[in-house]
Write a protein that binds this ligand. Structure first.
Ligand code: PMT
Length: 404
């Protein structure tokens, strides 16, 4: 998605500057033409030579360096950029840009560019919570700048709290969202399911699972950004609905079944990311069950397998399933491809760190009908989503050429 994009990475003077090489290296691997601008303070934490070696481009630190080409340096870079990302962004650079100060090469380039600007703040928790910093972030956001939330945890200064540089995978995902210009899904309709289902026992208790909807919403958002019409059918989650999708909230597996079947005819592609409950209580009580008995057996009955139903009525559609496994990943996921008549399945071993439920990243394998297996590295869920879309497109091309 990022091949041949020109991205300026601004590095400012905080301890998190040591993480900038990871981001730069990931961008370079993705085919991006990366240009680094460092503040003088940043150069105290990490050397320009390090970033030059990783980015394979000269690093700019000074306003009045003799330009290699006959162009005014900050203007030429600012004009060429598809995006500027400041990572880490200190309270100082946020404050300067907010006040319209352009007194070094980084603040001047931010001022001069018409490309989207993304800040990835990293600082002490009290600095981040300072109302002045918060007001600056609010003002810049209202003026069209983009901000990522810092991560929470132990900070270099010894405090616990919000202030860590967001995970490199999260920064990368956001960069993808802000720079995607490919409209290769125009004319296609994607039906995406996400989140958990809830199977109520009584009016206040239910059986469910830990799906947060992050993976499914990332698929919906990626497809939408690439031009698809997207119908997102989601169980109860608390993350924002991606802009531009048709959103259909559901609660139980039976609700999801009904909604999916209703919209199936319209879909060219179905991606079933939802973690659907396999069973529901045989009886749903009309009022709250009172505590009393020491033992209590709950009788469950099977839900319809939605994906299997779709697989039996597949027609020309592309059907993608997910498999969340804790053991025998390949064996179990391969069986699901066959049983549900899928084109491919995205298998995640949910016991792996950074994979599965609730995480911002995932570690997946793509398994195909012909037995091929593709192992992916750990990456942000949005990046996984774009890989899924890429594979759907190449599958459609193969089918259009008469392949299988
Ligand atoms: O939402 P997140 O917190 O980001 O977490 C992401 C995830 C872990 C939920 C996601 O990556 C994932 O693995 N989703 C599928 C989870 C799952 O329940 O898999 P399964 O092996 O039980 O089901 C296999 C496939 O059949 C899935 O595509 C599922 O949607 C579908 N299914 C299952 C049961 C059922 N009754 N109907 C179905 O359609």
């Amino acid at each position: 998605m990022l091949t041949d994009k020109c991205i300026i990475v601004g590095v400012t003077g905080g301890i998190a500057a040591y993480k900038a090489p990871d981001l730069i290296s990931k961008l370079v691997k993705a085919g991006v033409d990366v240009h680094i601008i460092m503040t003088e303070s940043a150069a105290k934490f990490i050397t320009p030579l390090t970033l030059q070696t990783i980015s394979r481009n000269p690093v700019t630190t000074q306003m009045f360096e003799f330009p290699g080409e006959w162009e005014v340096q900050h203007i030429s870079l600012a004009d060429r950029a598809d995006l500027m990302v400041v990572a880490p962004a200190t309270a100082n650079i946020i404050g300067k840009v907010c006040a319209g100060i352009a007194d070094d090469i980084l603040s001047t380039t931010i001022m001069a560019t018409r490309a989207p600007v993304l800040f990835a703040p990293a600082m002490n928790v009290h600095m981040y919570e300072n109302p002045i910093v918060q007001a600056n972030i609010a003002k810049l956001s209202s003026l069209g700048c983009h901000f990522l939330e810092p991560g929470t945890g132990r900070l270099a200064c010894g405090y616990e709290g919000k202030g860590r540089l967001p995970d490199v995978d999260i920064i990368f995902d956001k960069i993808c969202s802000l720079t995607v210009s490919t409209r290769d899904l125009t004319g296609k309709t994607f039906l995406v399911t996400a989140g958990p289902t809830r199977e109520y026992i009584d009016p206040i208790r239910f059986l469910s699972n830990g799906s947060t909807g992050k993976m499914g919403y990332a698929v919906a958002e990626a497809a939408r950004e690439r031009g698809a019409r997207v119908i997102l059918i989601s169980g109860p989650v608390s993350i924002p609905v991606p802009p531009g999708v048709t959103y259909i909230p559901v609660v139980s597996a039976r609700d999801m079944f009904e909604a999916v079947v209703k919209h199936y005819q319209e879909a060219d592609v179905v991606v079933k990311t939802a973690a659907v409950a396999d069973y529901h209580p045989k009886k749903q009580l009309g009022s709250k069950l009172k505590k009393g008995r020491d033992d209590w057996a709950l009788e469950l009955t099977k839900n319809e397998d939605i994906l299997q139903y779709l697989g039996r009525n597949k027609g020309n559609r592309i059907l993608i399933g997910f498999a969340a496994e804790t053991d025998n990943l390949l064996e179990n996921a391969t069986r699901k491809i066959r049983d549900k008549n899928l084109d491919f399945i995205v298998a995640n071993d949910v016991t792996q760190p950074g994979a599965g439920f609730g995480t911002d990243t995932n570690v997946v394998k793509f398994l195909y009908r012909d037995g091929r297996v593709e192992q992916m590295d750990k990456m942000g869920k949005k990046e996984v989503a774009h890989h899924i879309v890429d594979r759907i497109l190449s599958l459609q091309e193969t089918l259009a050429r008469g392949g299988s």
